[in-house]
Design a protein around this ligand. Structure first.
Ligand code: ZN
Length: 198
């Protein structure tokens, strides 16, 4: 039982509490607001606050009533599904003739949902808001594994249904011995998802 001193590797790594997600500095849109009001918070901050209030409202209306400390990843997923009814992204069902077509030639009766990109960004904001409001980072329901899995499933199913291949993050495996010179290995930072809606 030679308990070798654990090397400093930190298995619980993942997202450290101090992920510096620098909010993009909002370029002064049309500036010159020399009125009395204090400078408004950045767009990200105000959006985050709105999302947070929406979530709190959701908890309040939840049946049975739900409090924040008792909120789990499953509840977060429930919340995301609830939001789908307000979505504007057409997601074709498998039986639809336009399934897999990014630009269908005609309307169809398929449901609209929240685009994956919107949900992904929303979860990021709520996760930050949760901790800013005193939540314990270690039990942050927005960082739950189930939520991550759900988001991945949404991404994959929407990619198929809409014919839009989202960039897959390939894990680089350093084990490959062939050190090929990087011929255009640059990630094609192509079109981000077109979901700049709302
Ligand atoms: Zn359809």
């Amino acid at each position: 039982m030679d308990s070798g001193s654990a090397s400093g590797a930190d298995p619980a790594g993942g997202d450290g509490p101090s992920s510096t997600e620098a909010a993009t500095p909002a370029p002064g849109v049309g500036g010159s607001t020399e009125a009395a009001a204090a400078p408004p918070p950045s767009r990200y901050e105000s959006q985050k606050r709105r999302d947070w209030n929406t979530f709190l409202q959701y908890l309040k209306n939840h049946k049975p009533p739900l409090t924040l400390p008792r909120c789990s990843g499953a509840h977060v997923i429930e919340f995301l599904k609830y939001l789908d009814q307000f979505g504007k992204t057409k997601v074709h069902v498998t039986g639809c003739p336009y399934f897999g077509q990014p630009n269908p030639p005609a309307p169809c009766a398929c449901p609209s949902k929240q685009a994956w990109g919107s949900l992904d960004a929303l979860i990021g904001r709520l996760r930050a808001a949760y901790e800013e409001n005193g939540g314990n980072p270690e039990s942050n329901p927005f960082g739950a594994k189930a939520v991550r899995i759900y988001l991945r499933e949404v991404r994959e199913s929407q990619a198929k249904a809409r014919g839009i291949p989202y960039e897959k993050k390939k894990r680089k495996r350093p084990s490959s011995s062939s050190s090929t010179a990087d011929a255009g290995a640059s990630s094609t930072a192509g079109d981000g998802d077109g979901g700049n809606g709302s």
